[in-house]
Design a protein around this ligand. Structure first.
Ligand code: HEM
Length: 138
């Protein structure tokens, strides 16, 4: 699986395949819906959501992942540069919150039943970003 941000051509003159090429908008929508279905009742994560705007948060994460996995840049048009660390600064993201976030995402990933190479690439990407977003000691 190539780096999803990569769009230049390879030596055969073909664009490398992105995660978005494989799962499509429907796949990302299913994944994020499965994730937020779990967040809404989670004792650690649910209380962190401002005004319980889960539908808005679900759209923002979906649009971001569509963009980051190689699809249309709706997220950038509507929200500008992601600045994810800055945008998460108001929320207490410690190791425990990070691990819970990944736990719910891994459950949603299994449910989405993508091919293993794609699931692995998504899991690695999300896990790395989640670790990068930790902003409080445990
Ligand atoms: C590590 C644990 C994480 C926690 C506890 C967390 C929590 C939150 C919360 C509370 C919000 C505000 C909801 C809203 O948009 O109204 C948010 C927004 C967002 N999160 Fe996370 N998040 C985590 C990890 C991640 C990861 C790994 C990604 C991406 C790979 C991500 C992407 C986003 C995006 C794109 C937004 C919307 C930003 C915006 O445009 O305002 N988050 N997150």
């Amino acid at each position: 699986m190539s780096d999803p941000s990569q769009s230049e051509q390879n030596s055969e003159g073909e664009r490398p395949q992105t995660i978005f090429d494989v799962v499509g908008a429907d796949g990302v929508t299913r994944l994020v819906a499965g994730f937020y279905g779990r967040v809404r009742t989670d004792d650690v994560l649910a209380p962190m959501y401002p005004d319980a705007d889960f539908a808005g948060a679900e759209k923002r994460l979906r649009d971001f992942l569509v963009y980051r996995f190689g699809g249309p840049a709706t997220y950038i048009e509507e929200r500008g540069q992601p600045r994810l660390r800055g945008r998460h600064a108001p929320f207490a993201v410690d190791q425990h919150a990070r691990d819970r976030w990944m736990g719910l995402m891994d459950a949603a990933l299994s449910e989405a039943a993508f091919e293993p190479a794609v699931s692995d690439a998504i899991h690695t990407f999300l896990g790395d970003v989640a670790t990068f977003l930790i902003n409080r000691p445990s």
